[in-house]
Structure formats: structure tokens, C-alpha cells
Design a protein around this ligand. Sequence first.
Ligand SMILES: Nc1ncnc2c1ncn2[C@@H]1O[C@H](COP(=O)(O)OP(=O)(O)OP(=O)(O)O)[C@@H](O)[C@H]1O
Ligand SMILES: [Mg+2]
Length: 283
Amino acid sequence: MPNPSLRVLQLAEIASEPTAVPPAAATPPVVTLHGVAKRFASGTLALDQLDLAIRHGEFVSLLGPSGCGKSTALRVIAGLSEPTRGSISWSGMKRKEHRRNKPEVGFVFQEPTLMPWATVFRNVMLPLELEGVEHRLATKRATEAIERVGLASFRDSYPRELSGGMKMRVSIARALVTDPPLLLMDEPFAALDEITRFKLNNDLLELWREVGHTVIFVTHSVFESVYLSNRIIVMTPRPGRVFTELAVDAPYPRDESFRTSAEYARHCRIASRALSRAMASTS
Ligand SMILES: Nc1ncnc2c1ncn2[C@@H]1O[C@H](COP(=O)(O)OP(=O)(O)OP(=O)(O)O)[C@@H](O)[C@H]1O
Ligand SMILES: [Mg+2]
């Protein structure tokens, strides 16, 4: 059972940190989760009372311990899984209405999940083909998406000819090719080495600033969440709900000088403390 008094105490402690202030609601929400719960057929309650509003143009990280329901939350938002309780609304619409204009979201999984027998180009074309986009227009859009992730010269390569980071770039191009207003990313860089991860973090931020979509990014990493996001949602252990949220009000563009700054270290300390408290909380 949740222990509300404990949670209030912990939130009060975190709120006393100088920068742990939720950001002003500057833009309207793209998607809002109202009291979402998800119980699987096995009986596992993965999410309970998850309330979340993601605003247009935000880069939000979901940060939480393994098994707290982060992937489940993304799948529910993507419509890949139905909530057991609660609801989801999209810019004031219920999801059913919104789904008429599919695809509403791009999804980047932890594994690149590419078709091994198809070239980079064919892999990125797939969502457009499924949507029935006319071939010439689809070719143009796929080519642009591949260029955007810096893989123009690997257009005709097969996944086996690419490094892990390059495969992930293809996966991002495939998610972006339909120009979704919302991009969901489930620990996309967790399996990569640190140098590649840092590089992809920078490229992702550049893409985000250029394309202007809204991003929900799942990660275990305090450091990654602070580097990328304007807002970090810290989740409780299972069943997952929001423990607290933290604003990362450092300006963009962020680059290596931010990564080594005192400001970055301070935000990491705050996020790290919030995560420890979330993990110690009784859900
Ligand atoms: N299809 C499913 N059937 C039954 N239980 C599931 C299913 N998917 C997830 N779960 C359970 O729901 C809980 C939350 O899982 P989820 O994958 O959302 O966690 P997570 O926060 O993404 O973890 P990780 O950080 O390790 O990826 C876990 O206890 C998991 O075992
Ligand atoms: Mg997961």
C-alpha cells in the first residue's frame, strides 16, 4: 500500500533543493495520463495511479529502478498495451479519436529491431510503405531521415555491416520518418559504449532541436537523464507512479562543456538523491 505521509515528507525534502522545482506549465500537454494502472494477466501490477502530462516540445526522461514499469508506461502511451484503469488523452482528445490520424508516435526500442535481410533504406521505408505513402514521396522522406541521422553513405548497407551505434541511428531514422509529434525512446543507448552513447546523446539533442517533436526518453541513467532532458520524472519502484519531478533548467544547446560543468554535477546530485529516495519509498 502507498504510504502518503512518507511520500510527502520525501517530496518536501527534495523540494528544499534549490533547483528541484517543477517547470512552469509553459505549453499545453500533448498527452496526459490520468490515474493509469496496468495489471498483467499474471497478476503483476506494473503501474498504479500514474498521472503524467507531457507538454508540447518537451524532452522528458522517465527515470526509475529496473522493473518499475517504465517500458509498460511507454507501451501504454503508444497504444501497444491498454491500461487496466485510468485513461489517456491527447491534446484534449481521447486516444481513440487520435488514432484515426495514425501513426501518432515513433517508438525506438532498446534493441534496434531492424530487418536483417533489408538495407538501411528498406528498413527506414517500412513505416511509410505500411502507411501506403506514394513511392516517390516515401523515397524522398526516407532519404532525408537517413541523412538526418548521418548515414547517407550507408543507405544501401545491411544491418550486419553496421556498428551498434549505427544500427540505433537507423532505428531512430525509422521512428522519425513518419514525422510523429511524439517520439518514445526506451533506453535506446543502454547497450552502447560510453563514447558512442555520448555522441548519440549529442546527435539526438540536435535532432530534437531541429525537428521540434516531443520526446519521452526512458533511462536508468541519472547522468543521461540530466544531460538530455528539460524535465525528469522520477518513478517509484513497482507499481510505478510518479515519485517526484525535477526541472533541468540548464539552457540548450548542451555540449561537452555542460557535461563537465558544476551545474551538471549539481543536477546529477539532485536527481541521484531523488532516485535513491524513490527507491527507498514503499509503494
Ligand atoms: N507482458 C507482461 N506480462 C507480465 N508481466 C509483465 C509484462 N511486461 C512487464 N511485466 C512486469 O511488469 C513490471 C514492469 O515491467 P517493465 O518492463 O515495464 O519495467 P521497466 O521499468 O521497463 O524495467 P527495466 O528498467 O528493467 O527495463 C515487471 O515486474 C515485469 O515483470
Ligand atoms: Mg524497460
